[in-house]
Design a protein around this ligand. Structure first.
Ligand SMILES: [Zn+2]
Length: 328
C-alpha cells in the first residue's frame, strides 16, 4: 500500500459543489507523474497514462458529504483502521473514504499499469451530476470501467437499479479474481458507473467495496487491509483483461405500467415496492437510510449462506434432550 499517497488524499477536504482542492491535488499529482489530465466544463477530470489501443479504466468521485472547514482533516490510525479528526476541536469527522478510497485505488492502479485511464467526477453525492454528463468519447477506447465506491470489504456490485452493469461473459472471465480476493457479486445502489451505463457508455462496469464503513457519518473509518485488497484486485483485473474492449449494452428499462396481475417475465424486472420518502426528509438522508437497509439485508443473506443452520430449528443434542427430560 502507498500509505503516503493515501494520507495525502485523505487530508484534503472536498464537498459536493466544491471539490476544487481535490481537483487541484489530482491535477498536480497526474502532471508530476507525467500523465495527461484534462478537465471538462463541469470540473470532471480525465487522466490518460501511456499509449495503448485499449485502456483499462478506473473512476471515482471527488466530492464527499462532509463540509469543508478549512482546517484539513487529521488522520488517526488505530489497529489498521483510520478515521478523521479536526485538530482544533479534537472531534471526529467522516474521513471521506467515500470516495477518497476510490481515488486512491485509481491512482494506485494507474501507477502500476504501463497504460491506463481514469476519470474523476464532481457531485456524485447530489445525484451523479458529473458522471451523468461525462464526456463519453473518453471511454471509446476503454476496456471496462472499475469503481471502488461501496462500504465493506467483499461486495462486487454487478447490477444497480435492477439492471446489470456488465455482460455475463465479462463477469465469468473475472470470476477467479473475485473469488481469489474474497469478493462476491451483489446488487448495489446509485453511483457513477450506473450513471455512465445509463448515459450509454457501452462497456462493462462494476462497483466494489472500498474498505470504508459508516459512510456519510462522523464515525466513518477505513480498514486499510481491505482497501489494499480491493486495490490489488482492481490491478489484477486490469492487467489480465484490460487489453480488449468488453462491450455491453444493458436491457431496456422496464416500466411498470401493466396491471398488478400481469406478471412480467423479464429477467430484470424487480417490482419490489420501495417505501416512500417521508415528507421533508432530504433526498440524501433518504438515500443513506435505504442504502444502509439494503447493506444490512445483503449482510444477513451472506451470513445465512455462511451459516445455513438455524440453531433454533436444529435437533436437540442428546445432552440437551436429557436436560429437557429432567426438567419435565
Ligand atoms: Zn460514494
Amino acid at each position: 500500500m502507498k500509505t503516503e499517497l493515501l494520507y495525502d488524499i485523505l487530508t484534503i477536504e472536498s464537498e459536493s459543489h466544491d471539490s476544487t482542492q481535490m481537483e487541484q491535488f489530482l491535477t498536480d499529482y497526474a502532471t508530476a507523474q507525467g500523465w495527461q489530465i484534462e478537465p471538462d466544463r463541469l470540473g470532471n477530470l480525465y487522466v490518460t497514462k501511456g499509449t495503448a489501443s485499449v485502456y483499462p479504466c478506473l473512476v471515482a468521485h471527488m466530492d464527499t458529504v462532509h463540509s469543508i472547514t478549512g482546517e484539513g482533516i487529521s488522520i488517526v490510525e488505530i489497529a489498521g483502521k483510520v478515521t478523521g479528526m479536526y485538530a482544533s476541536t479534537m472531534q471526529q469527522t467522516g474521513i471521506g473514504g467515500d470516495d477518497k478510497c476510490g481515488i486512491y485505488c485509481a491512482l494506485y492502479v494507474l501507477g502500476q499499469l504501463p497504460a491506463g485511464k481514469a476519470a474523476f467526477f464532481v457531485d456524485e453525492e447530489v445525484g451523479c451530476l458529473g458522471s451523468a454528463d461525462a464526456d463519453l468519447l473518453f471511454f471509446e477506447d476503454c476496456a471496462f470501467i472499475l469503481q471502488a465506491d461501496r462500504r465493506g470489504g467483499s461486495d462486487f456490485v454487478t447490477s444497480i437499479g435492477g439492471r446489470p452493469l456488465a455482460s455475463d461473459e465479462w463477469l465469468e472471465a473475472i470470476r477467479p479474481q473475485m473469488l481469489a480476493y474474497g469478493f462476491k457479486p451483489v446488487s448495489g445502489m446509485m453511483t457513477d458507473v450506473e450513471a455512465l451505463r445509463d448515459a450509454g457508455v457501452g462497456i462493462c462496469a462494476a462497483n466494489m467495496s472500498a474498505g470504508y464503513y459508516n459512510p456519510h457519518q462522523d464515525g466513518e473509518y477505513i480498514d486499510l487491509n481491505e482497501l489494499d485488497n480491493v486495490a490489488e484486485m482492481m490491478l489484477d483485473i486490469c492487467e489480465r483483461f484490460g487489453g480488449e474492449r468488453w462491450e455491453y449494452t444493458p436491457p431496456e428499462k422496464v416500466r411498470y405500467t401493466s396491471p398488478a396481475w400481469q406478471v412480467s417475465t423479464s429477467a430484470y424486472s424487480t417490482s419490489y415496492s420501495s417505501p416512500r420518502r417521508p415528507r421533508g426528509m432530504p433526498r440524501t438522508v433518504w438515500r443513506d437510510l435505504r442504502e444502509e437497509a439494503q447493506y444490512r439485508e445483503a449482510r444477513q443473506q451472506q451470513l445465512a449462506e455462511a451459516f445455513p443452520y438455524d440453531v433454533e430449528e436444529m435437533e436437540p443434542s442428546p445432552r440437551e434432550l436429557m436436560r429437557l427430560e429432567s426438567e419435565t
